[in-house]
Design a protein around this ligand. Structure first.
Ligand SMILES: Cc1cc2nc3c(=O)[nH]c(=O)nc-3n(C[C@H](O)[C@H](O)[C@H](O)COP(=O)(O)O)c2cc1C
Length: 380
């Protein structure tokens, strides 16, 4: 086995110290102005010190047409740059790299909207019963421009790249879905038309930031939807090829939505659950593929990275529980990640491992977990 997991590599235009990444993890820790808080800096410091090769941030909002929650980082204006530069510096000073995930939530809200909710079409979101208004073409043009401006702010702040959130039922993945995208203009009607908005976003970012600034994307290999025409692997391959041709530098392969047969964050009975799709994608496309979802065993990571074309493996929940997991493995303690995939880290007061909580906080979070389980079933 050719084991290069813990060696320096260049992936998606960025030199990294190893091929184990932190997948985007919403922090819920921004200040009420949408800025980096001291708690967020500590989270990123401990992750970087823990040896992870790349940190992909939790999704950041930026668009005037979006309804992201108040605890989200807002990169929609230039005053975001200073605090974000401090965050990027903390990560770099501790040997890791940082890519910012940028997103539009669309209709998949878990809180009351502050303004009109927009989507590709007026199909009701089963996550919350919200019926969005369709984006006009003018509003799409504005959003595409805003993506470029947000990416430029992040570049100015010293981030190593951006990742477009095209997965999990948020706006861009709704555009990709034939269930939610019923448009009859150039932005809908076939897999080739459904991806058009993403291709325009990539172009906008590359124009704003220059061709060498790394642009990654996270995509669903399938929505695992309950509907007959739900977005599936064949649609994904068309999307992935188009995105690769557009000059995107890396694709992270994920899957599922809040209301599908599988959520992106499955329970511990599932392991490495997007591996088959990521392996096929990596065999077919000539760009780095990152695979996320259910990795807990170092031997498994090693085998995947040695025996497939997959460039990197990313994890989310295991690094919430153990920010130092990569150094632990690299240092010779190869026992499995301690994470039990309970999803108790989805905490409305800020992302934290359930096992850190004590007393009243722990009891309150148990209620949140019961509600989530009722909503999503056993899979999540
Ligand atoms: C608390 C929490 C927050 C998350 N936030 C994001 C996010 O902001 N953007 C995103 O693309 N995925 C997000 N995810 C999904 C993860 O990136 C990842 O795809 C999923 O958890 C599966 O990986 P894992 O099994 O290693 O946890 C989040 C997951 C959790 C548990």
């Amino acid at each position: 086995m050719n084991n290069t997991m813990f060696e320096t590599a260049t992936i998606g235009g960025i030199e990294v110290q190893n091929r184990i990444f932190r997948s985007a993890t919403f922090e819920g820790l921004a200040t009420k102005e949408g800025r980096v808080s001291p708690a967020m800096k500590e989270m990123y410091r401990s992750l970087a010190k823990g040896g992870v090769g790349m940190i992909i941030t939790g999704y950041m909002g930026f668009s005037a047409s979006d309804n992201y929650s108040p605890s989200t980082i807002n990169v929609g204006n230039d005053s975001a740059v200073g605090p974000l530069a401090e965050l990027a510096k903390i990560v770099h000073d501790n040997g890791s790299r940082i890519v910012a995930q940028i997103s539009h939530v669309g209709s998949q809200l878990t809180f009351a909207p502050s303004q009109i909710v927009l989507g590709p079409s007026d199909v009701t979101d089963p996550a919350n019963g919200i019926q969005p208004e369709p984006f006009t073409r003018e509003q799409i043009r504005e959003l595409v421009k805003e993506f470029g401006q947000a990416a430029l702010r992040l570049k100015t702040a010293g981030f190593d790249g951006v990742q477009i959130h095209g997965a999990h039922g948020y706006l861009l993945s709704k555009f990709l879905s034939p269930v939610y995208n019923r448009r009859t203009d150039e932005y809908g009607g076939s897999p080739e038309k459904n991806v058009r908005i993403i291709l325009e976003v990539v172009e906008s970012i590359k124009t704003a930031c220059g061709p060498d600034f790394p642009v990654w994307i996270k995509l669903n290999c399938s929505d695992f939807g309950r509907e007959e025409k739900a977005y599936g692997f064949d649609d994904f391959m068309i999307t992935a090829k188009a995105v690769a041709d557009s000059g995107v530098d890396a694709i992270e392969v994920s899957g599922g939505t809040m209301t599908g047969r599988h959520s992106p964050c499955r329970s511990k009975i599932h392991s490495a659950y997007h591996l088959d799709e990521a392996r096929k994608t990596a065999a077919e496309l000539d760009l780095p593929i990152i695979c996320v979802g259910g990795f807990r065993k170092v031997d498994e990571l090693e085998t995947v990275l040695a025996e497939t074309n997959i460039a990197a493996v990313s994890m989310c929940r295991p690094l919430i529980r153990e920010p130092g997991l990569v150094n632990r493995w690299a240092g010779g303690d190869r026992s499995d990640a301690a994470c039990v995939a309970c999803n108790g880290c989805f905490n409305p007061t800020g992302t934290r491992c359930f096992f850190e909580l004590q007393g009243k906080e722990r009891e309150a979070q148990k209620e949140v977990m019961k509600m989530m389980k009722a909503m999503r079933g056993n899979d999540a």
